[in-house]
Design a protein around this ligand. Structure first.
Ligand code: NDP
Length: 338
C-alpha cells in the first residue's frame, strides 16, 4: 500500500519535498470484524489549496493540522473493496475524505457520500460535483445575491471553483470577467468557459487600472479567491451596494506576514457587503446543487476543465503546483483506473 506522507510543518509555499512516498505495509488493508469499517481502493485524489492550512501547527482552524509522519488526507473518489459496514457494500463508489494512498481503511463516514452510478465522469466528484463545485454554487447564489445584468469579477477564475462561478454568473445573465496567471488560462476563460473578458494579472502593472478597463462603470460582485493586492484593487472598483464574497485567499496562505488591505474604507463609502463563507455551512443545499449542476452539465450549458496527473507519486508535485498556478483547471490525481 503506497502512501504519501506529510513530513513536517512548513513555512512558506508548499514544496513537493514537504511530502514523501512511502512503500507502506506489505500487509493487506483489512476491515476487522465488528469494526463497522471498510476498505476502499482510491481512484482519484483531489489537490485543494485548503490543505496548506493543515501543514502548519495551528489548531484554531476549522480543520486540524496534519500529524508529521502521517498519511496525507483529502477528498477523493474510491471504490469499496471489502466492508464490515452494511451501508457500504463491496463495489460501491464513494466520495469524501480519504487517505493519499492506494488503499484506505475508512472508519468514519461523516465526510463520505455514496456516488450514484450515472454517466458523469467519476473524477467530477472531487471537482464539478465535489467540494469546489459546491463552493462555487453556494458562494455565488447564497453570498453574492446575484441579479441579472450584474457586472461580476472572479479571481483565480480558471481554477476548480472560479471556472464554475463564472459560468453560473453567465447563465444568470451577468457580464463576467476573470483574472488568471497565464495567457493559456486567459484563452481558456474567453474561448471555452464563456467569460466575456479575461486578463492575465501577472502582466498588469496596475491591477486598479486593469479593473477600470474591464469595468468602466464598476463591479457589482467580486468573487474573491485570492485576497491581497487583487482584493485591494477590487475594493476601489466596486459599485455602490456591491457584494464581495470572500471565498479564499490563496495569495496569502503561505505568507508569514499577510499583506495589509488599504482600501477597506470603500466598504463604508459605497455600502459594500463583504462576506466570508465556508462551503460546509451550506450542506442543506447539497442535494439541489447535485441536481442543478448535473442537469446543466448534461444540457451542455456548463463545461468543466480538469488537470489530471497520473499516479499517486505525482500527488506532491501536483499539490505544490497549485501555489504557482501550474494547474490548468481542477487539479486531480488519478491513483488507479476505474
Ligand atoms: P484553483 O484550482 O483555483 O488553484 C489555485 C489557483 O490559485 C492557481 O492555479 C493560481 O491560478 C492561483 N494562485 C496561486 N497562487 C496565487 C497567488 N499568489 N496570487 C494569485 N493567485 C494565485 O483552487 P480552487 O479553485 O480549489 O480554490 C480557489 C480558492 O477558493 C482558494 O483560495 C481556496 O482556498 C478557496 N476555497 C474556499 C472554500 C470555502 O469554503 N470558502 C472551499 C474551497 C476552496 P493563477 O494561475 O490564476 O494564478
Amino acid at each position: 500500500n503506497k502512501q504519501v506522507i506529510f513530513k513536517g510543518y512548513i513555512v512558506g509555499i508548499p514544496k513537493e519535498t514537504d511530502m514523501e512516498i512511502r512503500a507502506g505495509s506489505k500487509f493487506k488493508v483489512e476491515a476487522p470484524k465488528g469494526s463497522g469499517a471498510f476498505v476502499v481502493k482510491n481512484l482519484y485524489l483531489s489537490c485543494d489549496p485548503y490543505l496548506r492550512g493543515r501543514m502548519r501547527d495551528f489548531r484554531g482552524s476549522y480543520v486540524p493540522p496534519f500529524v508529521p509522519g502521517s498519511v496525507m488526507e483529502g477528498f477523493g473518489v474510491a471504490r469499496v473493496l471489502e466492508s464490515d459496514n452494511p451501508n457500504f457494500k463491496p463495489g460501491d463508489l464513494v466520495s469524501g475524505l480519504t487517505g493519499w494512498e492506494e488503499y484506505s481503511l475508512i472508519q468514519k463516514t461523516d465526510h463520505l457520500r455514496k456516488v450514484e452510478q450515472n454517466d458523469m465522469p467519476l473524477s467530477y466528484y472531487v471537482g464539478l460535483l465535489g467540494m469546489p463545485g459546491f463552493t462555487a454554487y453556494a458562494g455565488f447564489y447564497e453570498v453574492c445575491a446575484p441579479e441579472k445584468g450584474n457586472h461580476v469579477f472572479v479571481s483565480a477564475a480558471s481554477g476548480a471553483v472560479g471556472q464554475l462561478v463564472g459560468q453560473l454568473a453567465k447563465i444568470h445573465g451577468c457580464y463576467v470577467v476573470g483574472s488568471a496567471g497565464t495567457s493559456q488560462k486567459v484563452d481558456l476563460l474567453k474561448n471555452r468557459l464563456g467569460f466575456d473578458e479575461a486578463f492575465n494579472y501577472k502582466e498588469e502593472l496596475e491591477l486598479d487600472a486593469a479593473l477600470k478597463r474591464y469595468f468602466p462603470k464598476g463591479i457589482d460582485i467580486y468573487f474573491d479567491n485570492v485576497g491581497g493586492a487583487m482584493l485591494d484593487a477590487a475594493l476601489l472598483n466596486m459599485r455602490n451596494y456591491g457584494r464581495i464574497a470572500v471565498c479564499g485567499m490563496v495569495s496569502q496562505h503561505s505568507q508569514s506576514d499577510p499583506q495589509g488591505i488599504h482600501n477597506l474604507y470603500c466598504l463604508v463609502q459605497k455600502s459594500i457587503r463583504m462576506q466570508g463563507f465556508l462551503q460546509h455551512n451550506y450542506q442543506h443545499l447539497h442535494a439541489r446543487f447535485l441536481e442543478d449542476i448535473t442537469g446543466l452539465y448534461k444540457q451542455g450549458k456548463i463545461v468543466y476543465v480538469e488537470d489530471v496527473n497520473e499516479a499517486l507519486e505525482s500527488a506532491p508535485a501536483a499539490f505544490a503546483g497549485l501555489f504557482s498556478g501550474k494547474n490548468v483547471g481542477k487539479q486531480v490525481v488519478r491513483v488507479a483506473n476505474e
